[in-house]
Design a protein around this ligand. Structure first.
Ligand code: G1P
Length: 295
């Protein structure tokens, strides 16, 4: 991959109110809720680091300082664990701060995902020709799609997103792509994109899955959009604007697993899925679930 197409900055929008997790989110940011014992946002940060990001730009809002704190070292706690010989716990505590360098951008008002991403522009460096955006509600499994997206950007330029093929009755929850086949199994050209269309108006069933590798041109487009679906400034609309101006956009189709941590139902599935694979909790949970379900 040439230096001009790689990325080192990953933006993670984490400024939302988390209304679907009230009342917990009165005090605890949604992004810190544990999937077994680890906050969802750590999995997303690890995925960004694995794909080559060295900087994590967390877009947060007043009152959600704990999200950024989570990525800072805790020397006192580390000392205590060290003194007690708790090396496994020490590794866990050090993991998030060791992944990449976290910094924050503040979104003062909840004006939409597009606005949140735009708030990170002052954090960019002159050499950042592209940035990754990872939505912390989405776990895309197994990881690796970002690396594939970077490869596609190196080949075709422009911006590259991750798509999943969803059932038609679910398209209205997503940004949906108007795609064109280009003779590649996992890559399609995008000719348009629409946020949360009714099923009968959706251009396809290929939906945005919360992973974006965006050319820096996105920040200029974000300044030129007006409120869209839900009255919010939508990232989808800025991407659609770039497409209409001839900016190349492609999707990598992800055919693996996925979890939606953005609502309690999806979050619980993710937690159960991860717990079943956990060496300590998995066997007991499996046996208990069998009994519970048989009741
Ligand atoms: C956001 C995006 C949407 C995307 C989805 C993926 O919507 O606006 O385009 O498909 O994330 O999870 P949200 O789920 O925040 O409403």
């Amino acid at each position: 991959m040439s230096a001009s197409t790689a990325f080192t900055a990953a933006i993670v929008p984490a400024a939302g109110l988390g209304t679907r997790f009230l009342p917990t989110t009165k005090a605890v940011p949604k992004e810190l809720l544990p999937v077994v014992d680890t906050p969802g946002i750590e999995y997303v940060a690890a995925e960004a680091a694995e794909a080559g990001a060295t900087r994590l730009i967390i877009v947060t809002s007043p009152g959600k300082e704990a999200v950024a704190q989570y990525f800072q070292p805790r020397p006192e706690l580390e000392k205590t664990l060290e003194a007690r010989g708790k090396t496994a716990l020490l590794d866990k505590v050090r993991r998030a701060p060791g992944l990449l360098a976290a910094e924050t951008a503040i979104q003062e008002e909840a004006l939409g995902l597009g606005h949140a991403v735009g708030c990170a522009e002052p954090n960019l460096r002159p050499e950042d020709e592209a940035v990754a955006v990872l939505l912390p509600d989405d776990l895309v499994l197994p990881t690796g799609v970002l690396a594939r997206m970077a490869q596609v950007r190196a080949e075709k330029g422009g911006s590259v997103l991750c798509a999943v093929d969803v059932p038609l009755e679910e398209v209205s929850a997503y940004g949906v792509f108007d795609v064109e086949e280009i003779g590649e199994d996992d890559v399609k050209k995008v000719n348009g994109m629409v946020e949360k269309p009714p099923a009968d108006q959706a251009p396809s069933t290929f939906a945005a899955a919360g992973r974006y590798l965006l050319d820096r041109a996105i920040f200029d487009a974000l300044k030129r959009i007006t409120p869209g679906a839900g009255g919010e400034l939508q990232l989808t609309d800025a991407i659609a604007l770039l497409i209409s101006e001839g900016h190349p956009v492609h999707v990598v189709v992800h055919r693996g697993g996925r979890h939606d941590l953005g609502n309690p139902g999806g979050f619980l599935r993710a937690a159960v899925d991860f717990a079943l694979d956990h060496p300590e909790y998995g066997p007991g949970l499996r046996a208990w679930l069998r009994d519970r379900v048989a009741d």
